[in-house]
Design a binder for this molecule. Sequence first.
Ligand code: NAP
Ligand code: ZN
Ligand code: ZN
Length: 349
Amino acid sequence: MNTKQVKAYGAETKESDLKPMHIPRRDPQAHDVELQILFCGVCHSDLHTAKNDWGMTQYPVVPGHEIVGKVTRIGSATTKHAVGDTVAVGCLVDSCRTCGSCKNDLEQYCPARVGTYGGHDTYLNTPTHGGYSNRIVVHEDFVLRVPNNLDLAGLAPVLCAGITSWSPLRHWKVGKGSHVAVVGLGGLGHMALKLAHALGARVTLFSRSAHKMADAKALGADEVIISTDDAQMKKAANQFDLIIDTVPYAHDLNPYVGTLAINGTLVIVGYLGPLDPMLATVPMITGRRSVAGSLIGGIAETQELLDFCGEHNITSDIEVIPMQEINTAYERMLKSDVKYRFVIDMESL
Ligand code: NAP
Ligand code: ZN
Ligand code: ZN
């Protein structure tokens, strides 16, 4: 298969900073869309992957799965997108299309799903490479339409931070009268506040960071609870229908489970790994409370969210950076010093 070398930024080892490199992109096949990447959001998963926090990174790795771009070429049989369209690509670039999950618009749970980076590129038989690059080629079914009334840089984080919050909000049927809490005010957390608020829920933020209180209220929180204050945590008992926990590292879930209403669910979207300390079952059994997990969202659900964002004028609150500042951005992300998503202006590459 013919390929073209394109500019990218990636990591060679878990110790190394990200730096310029070249990667191959296939020439568009019959159903492909080639896009020039305009903006790419910076997700905490990019950082986990570059640093091999999950122990499965294949190097070199080019992160980035919050992609907005312009279509530059299409394949001979492509019908869903045309040259010149503004489009988006999120966390997935392919799946098997035949399993139960794929048939139910849940491609994120397909055993053969292909992640935008670090997945298995079935065309080139190499790992896939993500959006920290100036071009990407993706099957048309995994390319999304973009509303024409929104800032394109601010829209990029909707493709991961947004959909990862939206999917549990929809699955657990959040709407008017729901009481939702969000743990952690970063990229995912700030989108969760905005989206839960737009769905009509009463929204509470749990944060370690008292200085984020005013921002949280502006983003849609009705209330902020400082999670390190035991008195505030105790007072919050028995009230939430859904808690979306976005914290990236191991932490004690037990104080949060106690704040769930009867039948409430705490859904973990952040931390991947064994819990420490362990989960106490008494509050779960005595209140039919659940602790669950959720992974990004499917293609149809991501399109639904993009359309919802267009209708409700929702974008992410961002700091636009040039590609060359990615290593500093990672350091700041580790200190929870982001308001509230970095987005790379890919022209800088
Ligand atoms: P982020 O922007 O860095 O935000 C994380 C927030 O969590 C921080 O702003 C901070 O909020 C809080 N926090 C950070 N470290 C903490 C600690 N040690 N203890 C307690 N709170 C802490 O990250 P993000 O991009 O939103 O991503 C969050 C997590 O979701 C990452 O682990 C990422 O890999 C994962 N993720 C999962 C999916 C999925 O499909 N499930 C999709 C995308 C991302 P406060 O200052 O308010 O406490
Ligand atoms: Zn992500
Ligand atoms: Zn499948």
